[in-house]
Design a binder for this molecule. Structure first.
Ligand code: CDP
Length: 231
């Protein structure tokens, strides 16, 4: 039984969110997305010519994502450099963003998205996707929709949203399901499951993810509006 969340939140309650555009001046677009104690910064470079040339696609531009957790983002120092985990998350981030961007006007070019996790308390791939989507919009990359992402899951006997690290480590069992959505198109672009859930539980969790993505979208939208308000 998981009758009360460790941090006192409701089961459908997200941690406090914050988003900011234009946090990396040297990038073509950038954003910070914070949810609870998880902080992601995304920087976009491009479109620019893709090298080596044999990797170019003459029909459309290429989206390339790199996810990295900074060494000091968790208590136990992380070894710098790529890992199996960071390669997997880079790939799923790319796939989660791809349906939202339209790179048909940029043949042979690449748009690079660098996601840096500055501070981690679970849900980093989702925070990274939220930041990356904002950074792409900030860079002026043509987009069909925003991408919102959140982790839902089952802790003990409860379906809930936005698990923190304590919940992910819950002794009596935890299933973690990161979801990314294109809210305007009602499409899912990322769905992973670490653990076990019944079919009905997955449906309930997906419904919760959809409602939560609407709240995330509002935070993203406000951040973009803030940028244009300030010229
Ligand atoms: O971060 P996310 O939930 O997307 O991915 P995960 O691989 O399920 O990692 C869950 C959490 O474990 C991270 O957010 C970190 O808080 C923590 N972690 C860690 O402490 N050390 C690592 N090398 C990797 C993850």
């Amino acid at each position: 039984m998981y009758s009360k969340r460790i941090d006192g939140r409701g089961f459908d309650e997200l941690r406090k969110m914050e988003a900011k555009i234009g946090v990396v001046e040297s990038a073509d677009g950038s954003a910070m997305f914070k949810i609870g104690d998880t902080i992601a910064i995304a920087a976009v470079r491009g479109p620019r010519d893709l090298h080596p040339k044999f990797m170019q696609n003459p029909k459309r531009g290429t989206l390339r994502c790199n996810y990295n957790m900074m060494s000091f983002s968790v208590d136990e120092r992380i070894r710098p450099g790529p890992s199996r985990r960071s390669r997997e998350i880079s790939l799923v981030t790319e796939n989660a963003l791809m349906p939202a961007v339209n790179l048909s006007d940029f043949p042979n070019a690449v748009v690079d998205v660098f996601v840096e996790i500055v501070q981690a308390d679970a849900g980093t791939r989702c925070a990274g996707i939220c930041a990356a989507s904002l950074a792409l919009a900030d860079a002026g990359i043509p987009m069909r929709d925003m991408v919102c992402a959140v982790s839902v899951g089952k802790v003990g006997d409860k379906i809930l949203v936005d698990l923190n690290k304590h919940e992910e480590d819950y002794e009596e069992g935890c299933s973690d399901m990161p979801v990314a959505m294109l809210p305007g198109r009602d499409e899912i672009s990322l769905l992973q499951l670490d653990g076990k859930m019944k079919k009905e539980e997955i449906a309930e969790a997906l419904e919760l993810a959809k409602k939560s993505c609407e709240k995330i979208l509002e935070v993203q939208r406000n951040a973009l509006m803030e940028k244009y308000k300030n010229g």
